[in-house]
Design a protein around this ligand. Structure first.
Ligand code: 6PG
Length: 506
């Protein structure tokens, strides 16, 4: 029965979780290189009336380990990469067989598995646990996505269940997701899905603002309606979008209007989940354009200076990123007869893009699971995403996806969501609205990468008459790539074609 835990890394996430554990009766031994961070946790805990004797402060691993019972349980909230390796090196001399490390950072799953391999030789248990929901959820109850061997998961899940967010039925948003680095793998893809959904919603915002001339109060009301009923009900990102529209600063002005159009993705060190999830999609040959184009928008936006320079070259700006707030192709008002009807199309378009992002993410996870043997329990994974996390979307995860995994005979039936009638019919149902929104948006020069890429994805994933015949002919022309003749495709396996001709005009 675990009563004492250590929290290594007491920033906003670790600090929030430390208070959450203490609030739930655990003694929490705090360790962080910054004493200010540790102090901030104690101050915040006091303000929440958490008894101060539930905490102890430590500046070295020896005293930290002495404060723990056996087995020693460590929660980590650290930046990904080398930091975790250093912390593990530092801890190892004090660790014993049976001790448990729960790594709650956004760590790369291969780092997790490497450390699991190192720890297992010493009988130490290492859990890679994706934690979602941001700093507020870390304090109130996050979504927790753990991966490790079954025995280790059985030991830590009671702790995770205590602190994890609870869904509408009071079930915790955690579960035995899979073995090895499965927890961090799924969290990485969660973040890819997150970015696809965020882009689609941001695109809808700008269509409403610049395309329909709506003010922020009106847009906030639309997001509130979308979140309150129908397919987007219980979608965390739609809910916070309402608040983003309504939040004002001290002078009564909208905070959103002071935010620059720039989302930086650090690439100088180790990139993080946004980059990794897209690399995974490409490397595992899974078309995931909703995720990928959202990421391209992010990285293009990050270099605002370059965009200003390009705009100048296009002859529409001064080249000064601080002065220019325009575009070479400025988005215009949309030609819309019936605003109410168009807003309904926009809602369906956003829903369809969010569903597509989910499907694409699940396709990546499933492929990785097959190739890497994560033994993912998809029902548990859906439960992890039912509360507390950024991609929480009740209708998608509970009504559409969970039944696929609930009823699936693992050996005979594919869990590819697109092969399930009820998911396919929702994508089909959303398609006309998405097409209308994309067509109107394109016509008026709006920036709509996630919406338009989703439209294309639905088209090409559901077609057996792609322009790829011409693509293949070009490859055969210059590369002797070989092509399949119509009807040659056998069992549908992605094998190299069988025919080649010398493509010379007679
Ligand atoms: C979450 C978020 C969270 C966030 C990361 C990544 O689930 O709570 O995904 O993990 O997105 O901080 O941020 P970057 O994308 O900037 O690396």
């Amino acid at each position: 029965d675990i009563k004492t835990i250590a929290m290594i890394g007491c920033g906003s996430m670790g600090g929030g979780m430390a208070q959450l554990f203490a609030e739930n009766g655990y003694h929490v031994a705090l360790e962080d290189p910054s004493q200010d961070q540790v102090q901030a946790v104690l101050v915040a805990a006091k303000a929440s009336n958490i008894p101060s004797d539930r905490f102890s402060k430590h500046t070295d691993y020896k005293s930290l380990c002495e404060a723990l019972d056996s087995p020693k349980v460590f929660f980590w909230s650290l930046p990904h990469g080398g930091v975790g390796d250093k912390v593990l090196e530092g801890l190892l001399p004090y660790l014993e067989k049976g001790d448990i490390i729960v790594d709650c950072g956004n760590e790369h799953w291969e780092n997790t598995e490497r450390r699991q391999g190192k720890c297992v030789t010493k009988g130490i248990r290492y859990v890679g646990c994706g934690v979602s929901g941001g700093y507020q959820a870390a304090r109130r109850g996050p979504s927790m996505c753990p991966g490790a061997d079954d025995e280790t998961l059985a030991l830590v899940l009671p702790l995770l269940r205590t602190v994890a967010a609870k869904d509408n039925n009071s079930n915790p948003a955690t579960g035995a997701v899979g073995t090895g680095g499965a927890g961090h793998y799924c969290k990485m893809i969660h973040n890819g899905i997150e970015h696809g959904m965020m882009s689609a919603i941001s695109e809808a915002y700008t269509i409403m603002r610049k395309g329909l001339g709506m003010n922020l109060d009106e847009i906030g009301d639309v997001f509130e309606q979308w979140n309150s009923k129908g397919e987007l009900q219980g979608t965390f990102l739609i809910w916070i979008s309402r608040d983003i529209c309504r939040t004002k600063n001290m002078e009564g002005k909208r905070v959103l209007d002071e935010v620059e159009d720039k989302v930086v993705q650090d690439y100088t060190g180790e990139e993080g989940t946004g980059v990794w999830s897209n690399l995974e999609a490409v490397e595992r040959h899974v078309p995931a354009p909703t995720l990928t184009v959202a990421h391209y928008l992010r990285i293009a936006s990050g270099d605002r200076h370059q965009r200003a320079q390009i705009q100048k070259t296009f002859g529409t700006g001064t080249g000064d990123p601080n002065k220019d707030h325009t575009a070479a192709f400025p988005p215009e008002e949309l030609d819309v007869d019936d605003r109410g009807k168009f807003l309904e199309d926009l809602r369906m378009a956003v829903y369809t893009a969010c569903l597509a992002a989910y499907c694409q993410g699940m396709l990546i996870i499933e492929k990785a699971d097959k190739e890497h043997h994560f033994n993912i329990n998809y029902v548990e994974l859906m439960q992890v995403w039912r509360a507390g996390c950024i991609i929480q979307a009740d209708y998608i995860s509970e009504t559409l996806l969970k039944p696929i995994y609930d009823n699936r005979d693992l050996k005979s039936e594919s869990s590819n969501p697109l092969l399930h009638q009820h998911v396919a019919s929702d994508l089909k149902r959303g398609f006309p609205s998405l097409r209308k929104v994309v067509a109107s948006g394109v016509e008026a020069d709006h920036v709509i990468p996630a919406l338009s890429a989703t439209l294309e994805w639905i088209k090409y994933m559901s077609s057996t008459t792609l322009p790829a015949n011409f693509y293949e002919a070009q490859l055969d022309y210059f590369g002797n790539h070989m092509y399949d003749r119509k009807g040659d495709d056998g069992k549908g396996l992605p094998t190299q074609g069988k025919h080649h001709v010398e493509w010379k005009a007679a």
